[in-house]
Design a protein around this ligand. Structure first.
Ligand code: COA
Ligand code: MG
Length: 318
């Protein structure tokens, strides 16, 4: 069985920085995207490809759940060289595809994956434990218009990412701290990912990573993204990882509520009650479904659900 996908934080590490590549191996993070795109200058691309290939040949670091490479966009003409190098790496889990503007960008990468790694097709019977995945960056007006075609373009697609800087450039829009100028695009992305049943929807980078206000700004952005339906966030600095992973995990009270609902629902069901009450609020099928999802997510996030279960094992429906 493939491990459950969870990308509360997706950390970019420039493929051209030996120092940061080394540093990344000691981090605890859901997803690392080793970058070959914008953090690597044109003159350093070939060297960075080699470094990443070497890095992904080493045994996996214990704290990294998923190792991805952000290749260059298909339109750049560099993606083929990137893929030819990194697809040889045994420990590559996913590709991050920037500037995914239409279905054809995904078709290009999909065809390469089918040919280079047939046993890692998501529905291959040969090796279902480590399918390779694609996470697509949505960063232009055209991409927003093409979302339904993009989400249907590849069986490898596992998530969408909103890239604010390139999107702002494309639309010549003015950024504000409240992020209202991105509301339509972010909401469209979260909705499209959900409609296509993609496991992850990853929100914009918070570029303010240092200084007294940085953590507060990041926490607010996480809460804002979570409210729109995102389940993770891109980060650029190790100091941002923990904040995002906490923010996109179920909170203590949420887990407690969810366990109480699931425990009491088993009893309600035995008593033949489809709708019942907890803390004065009605509980019925969709609410129980949400509670079960919270419990499952909490387990994947490493939260001690069984401990909470022991405390609330006597919960009765009201
Ligand atoms: N991945 C791994 N390690 C990182 C890192 C990253 N993204 N960002 C910083 N570090 C390391 C530093 O090397 C340093 O290591 P040390 O403790 O061994 O000295 C430590 O974390 C603290 O870093 P700090 O000095 O605060 O930052 P910096 O000035 O070295 O780097 C940036 C700041 C913004 C240049 C750097 O974080 C970065 O390049 N981030 C990624 C940018 C990127 O990929 N952009 C494209 C996608 S949007
Ligand atoms: Mg970009």
């Amino acid at each position: 069985m493939a491990a459950p996908i969870i990308r509360r934080a997706l950390l970019y590490v420039p493929g051209s920085s030996k120092k940061m590549l080394n540093k990344s191996r000691g981090l605890n993070v859901d997803c690392i995207a080793y970058d070959l795109e914008d953090s690597v200058t044109l003159g350093k691309k070939a060297e960075a490809r080699q470094s990443l290939r070497h890095l992904l040949e080493q045994p996996r670091a214990a704290g990294i759940r998923e190792q991805a490479v952000r290749i260059n966009s298909v339109e750049s003409g560099l993606a083929l060289d990137d893929l030819q190098e990194v697809l040889k790496s045994p420990h590559l889990d996913a590709l991050v595809l920037p500037k995914c503007n239409s279905a054809s960008d995904l078709h290009f990468v999909t065809d390469m994956l089918r040919q280079a790694l047939p046993s890692r097709h998501p529905s291959s019977p040969a090796s279902p434990s480590n399918p390779i995945r694609i996470i697509a960056l949505i960063e232009s007006a055209k991409a927003i218009q093409n979302l339904p075609a993009i989400t249907a373009a590849s069986p490898y697609l596992s998530g969408l990412i909103f890239a604010a800087e390139d999107f702002a450039l494309d639309l010549s829009l003015t950024r504000t701290p409240g992020l209202t100028e991105f509301l339509y695009a972010r909401s469209a992305i979260a909705t499209a990912a959900r409609a296509a049943n993609l496991p992850s929807t990853i929100d914009l980078v918070c570029t303010a990573y240092a200084g007294a206000q940085a953590q507060k700004v990041l926490e607010e952005e996480c809460a804002n993204g979570k409210g729109l339906g995102f389940n993770g966030k891109q980060v650029i600095h190790p100091s941002q990882v923990e904040v995002c992973q906490r923010a996109f995990s179920p909170g203590e009270q949420e887990v407690e509520w969810a366990v109480r609902v699931v425990v009491a629902d088993e009893k309600a069901e035995r008593a033949g009650r489809g709708a019942w009450t907890l803390d004065g609020k009605m509980i019925d099928v969709p609410v129980v479904g949400k509670a079960r999802a919270v419990v499952e997510k909490a387990r994947v996030c490493g939260i001690d659900v069984e401990g909470v279960w022991e405390r609330w094992g006597d919960q009765e429906p009201e």
